[in-house]
Design a protein around this ligand. Structure first.
Ligand code: NAD
Length: 434
């Protein structure tokens, strides 16, 4: 099929490249000239495992192209995916400016009937608005049929998730569009759920809200474990063995971050508020997460007293491993809090330094070498469970740090491993080793 994708961010680019890999002819477009120029040279503007080779492969076989000209992208497309950002407004609502602009441009550019398929996470009713905007510039008989097709991929495993998702949700009132979408996705052999547009839009927010709830729930249990002398890892394992609960998303830590959970939970509180429903449970989930992101620095102060002029290594800047994305990452909150306390911060990350620098500037030091990061420091705070950090030998902390204190915000090490090292080790929901 001839497919266009609006937005070459994490979702749009992964989707576009994977659709080309499936054999479709894909043109991706973005308003950011520098991204398209880079992509045209076969390089990816985002760090995502496996993406660049697949990008190059599909460009060379002629199935994948990039342009800043929306008319070129949309003119002959049978399906146009909208994958532009929906960041949060100051009041927590979803900012739909990019969505509305993309819809308008689609309206201006299309010359044939087309399916417009929204991958971006958008509040209930947005797809109706998209249709309205397109029709305002291209009224019938030209048909733009709108489909909600929310995206569930995770950064860092985006390609695997595209080809092995748990389900594909197709929300539309058009049977014809639903069956075209179904046919397009059929080779993936992923269960397809067809539903109405509004339910599809809601499924995405409800999924993210539920996952965030699991995380805040286990973080609450971890806080209690610390006080009553239980071990959260044993507790989470015991809970997760129950098939009704399952083992996933029961890892405690210093909170969720990223470009989705924080903004989508807040947006759902607002969506509920718009229909006069106070979503108290989700409000608490959000509150718990703020508390959790502040935990590492609190623990550092408990053990070191004042942090003024202390040298602290911050291990991990990305909001999760295998991505360069730092949006709403716990590391940013930690870096700012450490600076406010007067500490000197040296941060390690294998992929996210450039993005972190855009937010934190030169207020902290950066290195891509863990050993350099921890050298001569008073404490090390682990903020991201990168493999490089998880497998970093404990004896080097003991050898290189001024005072070997690890505050492990992701429970990367087993307590057993720690027992043979002269290290003060504070983790989340587990007994401390001093
Ligand atoms: P992103 O910020 O990485 O990328 C958005 C891209 O859209 C940018 O490159 C931007 O320049 C481009 N853009 C903006 N306006 C445009 C326009 N009018 N035409 C063409 N391009 C335009 O965002 P993302 O992380 O890929 O997320 C996109 C959407 O998908 C969001 O709604 C997000 O909530 C949702 N989502 C994201 C993830 C994720 O893991 N990142 C997962 C599932 C769903």
């Amino acid at each position: 099929m001839r497919i266009a994708v609006a937005g070459t961010g994490y979702v749009g680019l992964i989707t576009g490249i994977c659709l080309a890999e499936m054999g479709h002819h894909v043109v991706c477009t973005d308003v950011r000239e520098e991204k398209i120029q880079l992509l045209k040279t076969g390089r990816s503007p985002i760090f995502e495992p496996g993406l660049e080779p697949m990008l190059k492969h599909n460009m060379s076989n002629g199935r994948l192209d990039f342009t800043t000209n929306p008319r070129t992208a949309y003119k002959n497309a049978e399906i146009i995916f909208i994958a532009v950002g929906t960041p949060e407004n100051e009041d927590g609502t979803a900012n739909l400016d990019y969505i509305h602009a993309a819809a308008y441009t689609i309206g201006v550019s299309i010359e044939n009937d087309v399916i417009v398929c929204t991958k971006s996470t958008v509040p209930v009713g947005t797809n109706e608005k998209i249709k309205e905007i397109i029709q305002s510039v291209k009224p019938p008989p030209l048909q733009a049929i709108v489909v909600s097709n929310p995206e569930f991929l995770r950064e860092g495993t985006g390609i695997i998730d595209f080809f092995n998702g748990d389900r594909i949700v197709i929300g539309t009132e058009s049977r014809e569009a639903a069956s075209i979408m179904e046919k397009m996705y059929l080779p993936l052999k992923i269960p397809i759920m067809k539903t109405d547009t509004r339910s599809a839009e809601m499924i995405k927010y409800a999924s993210n809200a539920f996952l965030a709830t699991k995380i805040s729930f286990i973080n609450e249990i971890a806080a209690i474990c610390e006080k009553v002398g239980a071990n959260i890892e044993e507790v989470a394992y015991g809970i997760g063995k129950d098939k009704r609960i399952g083992p996933h998303f029961l890892q405690t830590g210093i909170g969720y971050g990223g470009s989705c959970f924080p903004k989508d939970t807040k947006a759902l509180v607002q969506i509920a508020g718009n229909v006069k429903h106070k979503f108290e449970l989700l409000e608490s989930v959000i509150k718990v997460n703020y508390r959790q992101q502040a935990l590492a620095v609190l623990k550092a102060k408990e053990i070191l007293g004042s942090l003024k002029d202390k040298r602290v290594a911050l291990l991990g800047l990305a909001f999760k491993p295998d991505t360069d994305d730092v949006r709403e990452a716990a590391s940013l909150t930690i870096a700012k809090a450490l600076k406010d306390e007067g500490a000197m911060v040296i941060a390690y990350d294998p992929a996210a330094i450039a993005n972190a620098r855009k937010v934190l500037g030169d207020t902290i030091e950066y290195t891509m070498d863990i050993q350099l990061a921890i050298e001569n420091t008073d404490a090390a705070i682990i903020a991201t469970e990168w493999d490089q950090i998880k497998h970093f030998p404990l004896e080097i902390y003991a050898e290189k740090m001024k005072s070997p204190i690890i505050i492990d915000g992701r429970n990367c090490y087993s307590l057993q491993d720690l027992s043979s090292h002269p290290i003060t080790y504070i983790s989340i929901g587990r007994p401390s080793i001093k």
